[in-house]
Write a protein that binds this ligand. Sequence first.
Ligand code: TRP
Length: 344
Amino acid sequence: MIDAPPPAYAGPQRVFSGMQPTNGLHLGNYLGALQKFVALQTKYECIYCVVDLHAITAGPDPNELAAKTREVAAAYIAAGVDPARSIIFVQSAVREHSELAWVFNCIARMGWLERMTQFKDKAGKHTERMSVGLFDYPVLQAADILLYKATHVPVGEDQKQHLELSRDIAQKFNNDYQAPGFFPLPEPLIQGPGARIMSLREGAKKMSKSDPSDMTRINLTDDTDAIMNKIKKATTDPLPLPESQEGLAGRAEVENLVGIYAAMSERSIDAVLREFGGKGFGVFKPALAELLAAKLAPIAAEMRRLNADPGALDAILRDGAERARAIAAPIMAEVRGRVGFWEA
Ligand code: TRP
């Protein structure tokens, strides 16, 4: 007789995602994450975290960490995440993240983590000098997601493998503790334009806050002049824009700019090429710069306003932590019971 498949998770659908409080946010963060966070609010219950526990895997930064944490929280709100509707909170304020990560450390296998390409990229040849925390980073990420039984996780392409690990951990927990359907197997939400925003100078490199040249990226706090200048100097080629998507092949820098225009205007690549196909960059670049400036200026202004009033922001984050804890605590209590921890 063939065993029936274990019952699938049947609880509510829920979105969870997080961003690290590291240096300055840029257009790639906005289109790859923030804009999606905002859009998902109309369809799902959403929980958005500033992952400061993850941030210390990159080394200590005690004088700046809290300020950067507030800055990312401000960016969530400025981009349009509504703290009344969605939960916005700081990871270290909900202690259960660390607790569940420990349980998951005893579920995940060394071999699973050794396959993680992000660790290999970050560590290079020097794995023996890396912190255990950096190696363990994806297990904490699985704990973030599953502590809320989140079913959908908006992330960039580079996080797909970490999501697969979260699914493997969820499945092995359900199996090992005879709890079929206890944890959902979370799905990444990656699709759509804006999934991969590249450097303005080199179409093969991701837009990144660690690139030494500021001209390669649009920062969320750039003013109109800076945006105009960076787009004007962005790498292109002498040909006009193509009339259709096939014409973007082999023109990575052009494809990136068209992708940015499409994502920022929430239109398809085809629609953008219908408008600009056959026209030169002398026409397209000013239109793109204007669109960027018009969309980003209010976000930058709102971030400045929020950062000028840390008391109000902290009140939002305290409320978020309380609401997050109200979901996390009973789930963690159930995990403790299933694992067999002593209960007074
Ligand atoms: N690792 C993610 C990133 O660098 C950040 C993150 C931490 C996250 N925990 C998460 C994303 C949980 C989604 C869900 O982008």
